[in-house]
Design a binder for this molecule. Structure first.
Ligand code: ADP
Length: 683
């Protein structure tokens, strides 16, 4: 076994690898970019070396630097994690040349599976069933169009070099094929530097089921059961679980054997995943093989109770697999939810910023959190905005689900927007609860899953205002402690304040475009709360008592006891009550910035990126919803569409321009009423 290992990654996976390595007594070496100098993964390792500036190509993708550091620091092996260099054949080869062990498959196996097209050839020869389609070398547009007609619509166009659910276009009708192909090629060129495309029959409501495989250098190859990753949003995994609901022993054996055959066909070594797409009849087809540790490997680890990273190290060090197929079994059920800094209401755009507040549910033998960030850390535009993977285990699916639900309810993040409420709705949805899984689940139920947040209840408003009140009291007490004057009334503010019948404060909050007035009055130990009825509703009066707790506060509202946390960030208030988050802005009556100043027809960049296409010019008449500009950011294209019909009055940027978040891109003089803001959608 190695004594020293370099971890060529960041975030949760670098932390996760470091944890296992340290447990095994292996000295761990981190690498970091400038923005990650104080990151969690750096502290998780025994030593750390700077790579360069934040941009991955100047840091985590600098294979040459990483190998140099590994050699200089005496590492014997490099663990690449996932993403970055993990599936980079040249890097794996260069590491070997420098005398380092690459913890992953041989370079030839990476190459064989690196292209979706070539891997299909290999699998076809190995007798593994493929989705009907075209994956030939000839990339002539007209030929592809003919092939698409032959396959029959709907057809899926995939970038051969694609990954992470990116670079795919569904085409419903032949007339749309040419435009979709052009857009797909553009995206693939920008995202993967390769515009080779393949076509597949687009299967209706399939399931994504993948098999974890493991091979050693002694000729053994096993599968570690399946993961069901059907719950996806735009072809990206949202929830993963093991085992797959409804999987029979026979089907598992069949899929496992196919996966092992796939791994053997390319001389695989180490941890890999063979992804299958399963049609409604239960027939499974090879989709691709990922030659690395998957993001969602914890669900596999939790059911047989194995450490895949430890297996990886053992295999890389030349040891045989710790267990062979007959000795492998699993127990219970595990479900993983991916917690992201992203905004479901804005097309799931990454939410860049500082995690100002973070409270996580308790971890135990049943609940696992793999994370790479802590409170105070920045979610930057440079890397994947994942905050954590939350994994729950139970004796059966229902108990795993219960634990996942309650853990999600106590996962609190403020400062960046997250998908936690969205995940809560998905796991609570009857389709998910009853395991009616397929890749269309989220899209089919999106009106419920993405329903706009409900108007705040009087209880939440009361909690928010009480939070404000307690904070004011606390600040006053601190002021008193700092005060020189020992006769200052601030010294015994608490009883004085609470007993002063005359004391009252009035606060105005803004949520979802509506203002809410809350008045608080103290009366003995009670707080009397009146909430002015918004939009014609009657005034609501509540009687409360409240006290600070180590975490948040305890409140009794008309006899109902709650625990709540109110996090103030500037004028923003993040209010966590009863497993739900509600956001408000505190309206400061003294500030002159008016809240309903509206931006007219100025369409702004929803995030920093590059303009890839300008589809209109000044003077053009546009219909509501017409695409105006395509912005590429975080490897995704975002279409800026007209919020209302009108005339384009100005276009501020050209194709190829870099823009930063919030700048005016284009102005539209609306002829329809009600125009405001940019409508952004991830394409
Ligand atoms: P990536 O490498 O980008 O993750 P995959 O080829 O693994 O791409 O596909 C990702 C997801 O796209 C699948 O899990 C599935 O939901 C969907 N998908 C892929 N191929 C098909 C297909 N032929 N028909 C229907 N859905 C598909």
């Amino acid at each position: 076994m190695f004594d020293r290992i370099l971890i060529a990654n960041r975030g949760e996976i670098a932390c996760r690898v470091a944890r296992t390595a340290r447990r095994m007594g292996i000295h761990t070496i981190a690498v970091y970019s400038d923005v990650d100098a104080g990151a969690l993964h750096v502290g998780a390792c025994d030593e750390a070396h700077r790579l360069g500036p934040a941009a991955p190509r100047e840091s985590y993708l600098r294979g040459d630097r990483i190998i140099e550091i590994a050699v200089a620091s005496g590492a014997q092996a490099i663990h690449p994690g996932y993403g970055f260099l993990s599936e980079n054949e040249a890097f794996a080869a260069a590491a070997a040349e420098a005398g380092l062990v690459f913890v992953g498959p041989p370079p030839a196996a990476i190459r064989a599976m690196g292209s979706k097209s070539e891997s299909k050839d290999i699998m076809f020869k190995a007798g593994v069933r493929l989705v009907p389609g075209y994956h030939g070398v000839d990339q002539n547009d007209a030929l592809l169009a003919r092939e698409a007609d032959g396959i029959g619509y709907p057809v899926l166009i995939k970038a051969s070099a694609g990954g992470g659910g990116k670079g795919m276009r569904i085409v419903e009708r032949g007339v749309d094929f040419a435009a979709a192909l052009a857009s797909a090629r553009r995206g693939a060129k920008a995202g993967f530097g390769d515009d080779k495309m393949l076509l597949e029959k687009y299967l209706d409501e399939p399931r994504h089921i993948e098999m974890q495989v493991f091979a050693d250098t002694h000729g053994h190859c096993v599968h570690l059961f399946e993961r069901d990753c059907s719950v996806q949003r735009r072809h990206q995994k949202v929830l993963e679980e093991a085992p797959a609901p409804g999987m029979t022993r026979e089907r598992r054996n069949e899929m496992g054997s196919a996966a092992v055959a796939a791994a053997r066909a390319i001389g695989y070594v180490g941890a890999g995943t063979v992804e299958f797409i399963v049609d409604k009849t239960g027939l499974f087809h090879f989709m691709e093989m990922n030659t690395r540790l998957q993001v969602e490997h914890p669900v596999t680890e939790m059911i047989p109770g194995l450490a895949l990273v430890e297996w990886q190290m053992r295999v890389a060090a030349g040891e045989p697999l710790p267990l062979l197929q007959e000795a492998l079994d699993f127990y219970g059920h595990a479900i993983e939810a991916r917690i992201y800094a992203e905004d479901p209401e804005r097309g799931f755009l990454p939410s860049i910023g500082r995690i100002a507040y973070l409270a996580v549910p308790p971890v135990s033998e049943f609940v696992r959190i793999d994370t790479g960030v802590r409170a105070g850390d920045e979610i930057s535009q440079f890397y994947d905005p994942m905050i954590a993977k939350l994994v729950a285990w139970g004796e059966d699916r229902a108990s795993a689900l219960r634990r996942l639900r309650s853990s999600l309810a106590s996962y609190q993040v403020a400062g960046v927007t997250t998908n936690i409420s969205f995940l809560q709705r998905v796991v609570a949805h009857p389709a998910f609860a009853n395991a009616r899984l397929d890749t269309g689940l989220i899209a089919r139920h999106q009106t419920e899953l993405l329903a706009p947040p409900a108007a705040p209840s009087p209880q939440i408003l009361a909690v928010t205002a009480i939070g404000e009140f307690l904070r004011l009291v606390e600040e006053a007490q601190q002021q008193a402690q700092a005060s020189e004057d020992r006769f200052s009334p601030w010294h015994d503010l608490d009883p004085w304040w609470l007993n002063s019948a005359s004391h009252a404060i009035s606060l105005t909050y803004l949520a979802l475009g509506l203002t809410h007035e809350v008045r608080l009055r103290t009366n003995g130990g009670d707080i009397l709360v009146s909430i002015a009825g918004a939009a014609g509703a009657a005034e609501v009066d509540l009687t409360a008592t409240a006290s600070r707790r180590a975490k948040g506060m305890a409140i009794t509202l008309d006899g109902v006891q709650l625990s709540a946390t109110v996090v103030p960030l500037g004028d923003q208030r993040y209010v966590f009550v009863d497993g739900q988050l509600q956001k408000f802005s505190l309206v400061d009556p003294l500030a002159h910035a008016s809240v309903d100043e509206h931006r007219g027809g100025h369409l702004t960049a929803p995030m920093s990126g590059t303009i890839v296409a300008v589809l209109v010019k000044a003077g053009d008449a546009v219909a509501k919803g017409a695409p105006l500009i395509i912005l590429e950011a975080m490897k995704m294209e975002h279409t800026i569409a007209a919020p209302a019909g009108g005339t384009v009055s100005a276009v501020h940027y050209r194709q190829g321009d870099q823009v930063s978040e919030g700048v005016d891109l284009i102005d539209v003089d609306a002829t329809d009423v009600g125009a405001s803001g940019a409508a952004a959608s991830a394409a």
